[in-house]
Design a protein around this ligand. Structure first.
Ligand SMILES: [Zn+2]
Length: 233
């Protein structure tokens, strides 16, 4: 392989060698195993745009992992889950036209942008955000986004129910002080639901799924272990 060498002022044989380098990124120092091009005649290192951008990509990936930043494909996935174009997404976020394009193509995002993207990954948050920033999108895009958010929320709920039903199949009831809360929430929920409807209980950060039992529950009855296990079976 031959390239023009700035030191020899001539086209010379070159080789690619591995080199340990340290790149400063946002005040942090990132060590990286880089590949560089060296002139075989004078031994000097020559600039290679291709190798340089490969190294930079490695550096950013290390930095992202270290600081738990989103990767470009994750950023793209967040936008795409809302079926938004890059342009519409930029408008919604109030970012410059090309910002999202750069991030999706590998530029390193800043922390504030990263935090906003992480927050908006959750459709419930996106809905709140959109309500506060309705005017940043044209009416058509805005309506489509609201519709898409609803779909995603519904989809997530369905996933949750499936996940927790599976958990319950092997679930062993542990009697605890949470029991009372569970019972109270059950009666609150069942007051407004028909008997076959599925009811979600939120207990100490964990969900239990139960149906309003087919054997019927009155105010005097309490949730019994076999009632809950029945429903899961
Ligand atoms: Zn040279």
């Amino acid at each position: 392989m031959r390239e023009y060498c700035d030191y020899c002022h001539n086209e010379e044989d070159v080789k690619i060698v591995n080199k340990d380098e340290v790149y400063p990124v946002y005040g942090d120092e990132i060590p990286v195993k880089a590949q560089v091009m060296v002139c075989m005649h004078c031994g000097n290192e020559l600039y290679s745009r291709t190798l340089d951008s490969q190294t930079l990509k490695k550096v950013y990936d290390i930095y992202r992992r270290k600081h738990k930043l989103l990767f470009p494909n994750e950023i793209k996935a967040i936008r795409e889950q809302y079926c938004l174009s890059q342009r519409a997404f930029s408008k919604l976020l109030n970012w410059g036209d090309k910002t999202i394009v750069r991030y999706e193509n590998g530029s390193l995002q800043d922390y504030v942008h990263n935090a906003l993207l992480l927050f908006l990954r959750n459709p419930v948050h996106m809905e709140e955000y959109l309500q506060m920033n309705e005017n940043s999108l044209n009416p058509k895009d805005r309506d489509l986004l609201f519709k898409r958010i609803k779909e995603l929320c519904k989809q997530n709920n369905t996933d949750e129910v499936g996940k927790f039903t599976d958990t319950l199949k092997n679930f062993q009831i542990v009697y605890s002080s949470d029991y009372e809360i569970m019972e109270r929430e059950y009666h609150t929920a069942s007051a407004n639901s028909n008997e076959s409807q599925t009811v979600l209980f939120h207990i100490s950060g964990e969900y239990l799924i139960s149906g309003a039992c087919d054997r019927g529950m009155n105010n005097e009855s309490s949730i019994k272990e076999d009632n809950i296990l029945n429903i899961a079976a």
